[in-house]
Design a protein. Structure first.
Length: 494
């Protein structure tokens, strides 16, 4: 792939991914508020909890997806379609098996989960909701995962983004219509689930028609690295789902709802970070597959990505609780104002975001076995600390466990990527981390002395957010300009 073509795909991937993230954020904010307002905080907590329990089926993937994607980079770069078909064939058979296991898991969950929560929602209703929410995941495994991995490795993430954007907007319209007709939560989730299920089908049709690369299953073809990504995958699943599961088991569904509402705001900012990650991951994979030196390009990307993350997450740190207060203004069944929890949740996801460029390097180079100790440590620390602290500190205790686990794993990813993949002095990353901490502290302190409007409505909230965002951008760009611009200019001149 030429440099010009690669740059064009990066831009297209980033732009379409940002549009998708906006559509997802809009859908999530509106639908979650509708569920809380129309069906109550406990129902919102129930939906969030079931969704997280269903996500544990991904443990059976054993990290196979990232391994498949890392193996696809080289044959795609060399246009070896025969090898690509074989890899896709093994992938398709593997994920079909996961879909069958998922059916068994859903049946068991529909029986066990209602007994586990056993609160105000009756057994039959909870079981039906489990089955409805599981439908989309089943079709994703049965049809879509393999084709999605191919499109990502092919640097055609924009196709996935366009399909998902349309589906989210269609579903948003359907939700607004259904609410007007006083539809039950079960009808609402069923209708949106059917529409979401179209995504893997459309994806498959696109790949079949555009690339004509139908998977070919060869029993003799083996993927040697098949289990190398297991520990990393477990770590990822635990990171995303442990907090809600711990709260479901040892707290209340109302607390799950509080967590879900705060996570809405965090998720919106994470989407911005993911847009920049998804847009360039395959490009670095393509460069490394061709033996190119990525140090200089990664350094520029690192600076840009850290700047975006600092601006977004520092702004969120200052605005998350005001947002929640406006978002839940008329909700009286639960107290949603949790300042300490809000700060800790933002910090944990901030750490997650700035470690992602290094995590992507580990994935595209297939360095799963070499980094599994850190992934295992993250799993254990997150689970153990969260369970221990939830009894004493509730939501705050769960967030502390996540922050500590994230930091430990982040240190390993940064060290390994610099030393073994890029063969670069780790100080290049460390100095950026120091600047991120410095910038964030300055932004939060300045935002606390800004003359703010009263956060009593969305208009004032947006005005305050814009002011904090402007401060965050000025501080971040100013500090980076002083400490990073000169070295980069000197390097270019050399």
């Amino acid at each position: 792939m030429s440099e010009q073509s690669r740059k064009k795909k990066i831009k297209l991937n980033i732009v379409t991914n940002i549009i998708l993230r906006v559509a997802m954020a809009l859908y999530t904010f509106v639908v979650a508020r509708i569920i809380i307002g129309e069906y109550g905080s406990e129902m919102n907590g129930l939906v969030s909890s079931i969704t997280n329990f269903l996500a544990y089926i991904t443990l059976f993937e054993s990290g196979f997806g990232p391994v498949v994607k890392s193996l696809l980079f080289k044959p795609i770069a060399k246009k070896d379609n025969k090898e690509v078909r074989k890899i896709l064939g093994v992938s398709e058979v593997f994920f079909r098996k996961i879909s069958y296991i998922f059916i068994i898991y859903v049946v068991l969950l529909s029986i066990v989960y209602p007994l586990m929560v056993g609160r105000s929602v009756d057994f039959a209703s909870t079981s039906i909701l489990v089955v409805i929410l599981a439908m989309n995941t089943f079709l994703e495994y049965f049809v879509g995962v393999t084709y999605g991995l191919f499109l990502q490795a092919k640097q055609e993430n924009y196709v996935i983004s366009i399909i998902k954007t349309v589906i989210y907007l269609v579903n948003l319209g359907l939700v607004l219509i259904l609410v007007q007709f006083d539809a039950s939560i079960y009808v609402l989730e069923l209708v949106t689930g059917v529409v979401f299920a179209l995504k893997p089908l459309v994806q498959k049709i696109y790949v079949d028609r555009k690339h004509g690369l139908k998977p070919v299953f060869d029993k003799k073809y083996k993927i040697k690295q098949k289990w190398d990504g297991l520990v990393q995958h477990i770590a990822s699943v635990i990171h995303v789902n442990t907090d809600v599961v711990v709260l479901t088991l040892f707290s209340t569904l109302d607390e799950v709802s509080v967590y879900a509402v705060y996570f809405l705001a965090v998720k919106g900012v994470k989407m911005v970070a993911e847009s920049f990650i998804n847009g360039v991951e395959a490009s670095f994979g393509d460069m490394l597959a061709k033996g190119e030196d990525i140090k200089e390009k990664f350094g520029k990307y690192e600076t840009m990505f850290f700047s975006v993350c600092t601006i977004c997450f520092a702004t969120l740190m200052a605005m998350i609780t005001p947002f929640v207060s406006v978002y839940t203004k008329s909700i009286t069944d639960v107290d949603y104002i949790r300042y300490v929890f809000g700060y800790l949740l933002v910090i944990s996801e901030f750490i997650w975001a700035i470690r992602q460029p290094y995590n992507e390097l580990v994935k595209v180079t297939g360095s799963f076995k070499q980094t599994r100790k850190g992934a295992l440590a993250e799993c254990i620390i997150n689970a153990v600390l969260s369970v221990i602290l939830v009894f004493q500190f509730g939501l705050v205790g769960v967030a502390i466990g996540t922050v500590v686990a994230m930091a430990v794993r982040g240190i390993e990813l940064v060290y390994y990527s610099n030393k073994h993949i890029m063969k670069r002095n780790i100080w290049e990353s460390c100095k950026r981390f120091i600047l991120v901490v410095l910038e964030t502290i300055i932004i939060v302190l300045v935002s606390n002395i800004l003359p703010m409007f009263d956060n009593s409505n969305y208009f004032n909230l947006i005005l305050n957010g814009v002011m904090v965002l402007a401060v965050a951008a000025a501080v971040t760009l100013g500090v980076n300009g002083v400490f990073l611009w000169r070295p980069r200019r000197t390097l270019c001149e050399k």
